[in-house]
Design a protein around this ligand. Structure first.
Ligand SMILES: [Zn+2]
Length: 424
């Protein structure tokens, strides 16, 4: 009996040891096999010294985000990745310098790949083409370096800096060349840039607003459509953003949405990139998490896992399917329908009189919603959006609100869809 018990205990111990060993092995194998070998991840810890970035109730965005970046870096390097930081320490780095660093690291990588090919070919035409590329990249690298060395003088020559409205600036031909080199699979399939932030509401602070948001570049964005509209990373960046927010939400920070944003760190290069707001530091629950070092360890692990998963899913050279253009699509109508709608349009929809709000109101739209050209379902549909907080400028008595979108100001039926989050 005693022997039997001992044998059973021994078997159980062996099983447990084997399970643990397998678990530990899987993690060690990830590291040893260098699952992220050959991948280049750029971490941009938002803001910096100089009183930049959000601060609230003892919390400092730029300090916390640098901490998170350092934790992510350590994990990624243990998985074999190359990691660059635009701000490796508590310092002040201008936006155009951050973008230029991304361009520099990406161009250098394309140059390295051309040089490697150069050694493998004996075909004279190919040799010439490769050498031309290398010479051109060297010329562009000098420009990029001149911006890093003296951003105030040189950034306005090449970047959309200082940011100009009404967004009709065209990209500089040399800067466009930089972007075109970055369309190379060497960059598209192997690079990822992540800008780390935490969010806040305007003053007065609205503590009820919480959750994480991801921004990425879009070719149809009002702010970039005239500037450069051939970013090759839109779908990739969005895919990563969706995955990341799903995973962050498992740590208790609510998924808000993946949206378009034309920030410097997304706009002034053509590397797959996201800007992440890791929760609202003006919300007590989110801030408590972001102020806890053990939570930041978990958050860094979520980043490392999501990045690994993202790269594992990439098929070299194959771009993910582009989602439907968020701009309104012309509806393909059969002829009778077309005639019908044309005759219908003769009777204009009855529009309720809008009231201009003296102070714009914030409204949380907890479900996906559609914006219309006018305050009527019969008017043109402009675009649909994922759940998010919107700012309402005008209202009608029958429940319509005029909100600001990246396409301009349009109407949404807010009466039932929205939870009001007005400032008290
Ligand atoms: Zn920020």
């Amino acid at each position: 009996m005693y022997m039997l018990k001992r044998t059973a205990a021994y078997i159980a111990a062996v099983i447990i040891t084997v399970i643990f060993a397998q678990f530990a092995c899987a993690q060690a194998a990830d590291r040893e096999s260098g699952v992220l070998g050959g991948r280049v991840i750029i971490l941009d810890a938002g803001h910096g010294q100089n009183g930049e970035g959000g601060a609230y109730a003892g919390y400092n965005e730029h300090i916390t985000m640098l901490k998170v970046a350092q934790k992510i870096k350590a994990l990624l390097e243990s998985y074999g990745a190359t990691v660059h930081m635009t701000r490796p320490e508590q310092s002040h780095v201008l936006h155009p310098v951050r973008s230029s660093l991304i361009n520099k690291w990406a161009l250098q990588e394309v140059k390295n790949s051309r040089q490697a090919k150069l050694k493998q070919t004996s075909n004279q035409t190919e040799l010439n083409a490769l050498q031309n590329d290398i010479n051109e990249i060297d010329r562009l690298l000098k420009i990029v370096q001149s911006i890093i060395d003296d951003p105030e003088k040189n950034a306005p020559l090449y970047l959309n800096y200082v940011y100009e409205e009404p967004y009709d600036r065209k990209i500089h031909p040399d800067w466009k060349k930089v972007f075109e080199f970055q369309n190379d699979p060497v960059i598209r399939d192997r690079f990822l840039a992540i800008s780390l932030h935490s969010d806040s509401t305007g003053t007065p602070v609205n503590k009820t607003v919480d959750g994480a948001t991801v921004f990425h570049i879009a070719n149809t964005h009002t702010y970039t459509v005239n500037y450069y509209n051939s970013y090759s990373n839109e779908a990739r960046s969005r895919q990563f953003g969706e995955q990341l927010l799903d995973n962050i939400s498992k740590l208790g920070i609510r998924k808000r949405s993946v949206q378009f944003g034309a920030y410097y760190i997304l706009r002034e290069h053509n590397v797959p990139a996201v800007l992440v707001e890791n929760g609202f530091h003006t919300n007590d629950q989110d801030r408590a998490k972001l102020s806890d070092d053990a939570f930041l360890d978990k958050l860094a692990q979520v980043y490392a896992d999501t990045i690994t998963d993202y790269f594992n899913k990439i098929e070299p050279g194959v771009l993910p399917e582009q989602k439907p253009d968020p701009k309104p699509q012309p509806e393909t109508k059969t002829e009778p329908e077309l005639m019908e709608s044309e005759s219908e349009s003769e009777s204009e929809p009855q529009l309720a009189e809008p009231l201009l709000l003296s102070t714009p109101e914030q409204c949380r739209m907890p479900k996906s919603f559609t914006v219309y050209k006018q305050q009527s379902f019969k008017s043109d549909k402009i675009a649909s959006f994922s759940p998010q907080t919107v700012v309402v400028y005008q209202k009608t008595e029958n429940g319509w609100g005029l909100i600001d979108t990246y396409l301009g100001k349009y109407w949404v039926y807010i009466e039932e869809a929205a939870e009001k989050t007005e400032n008290k």
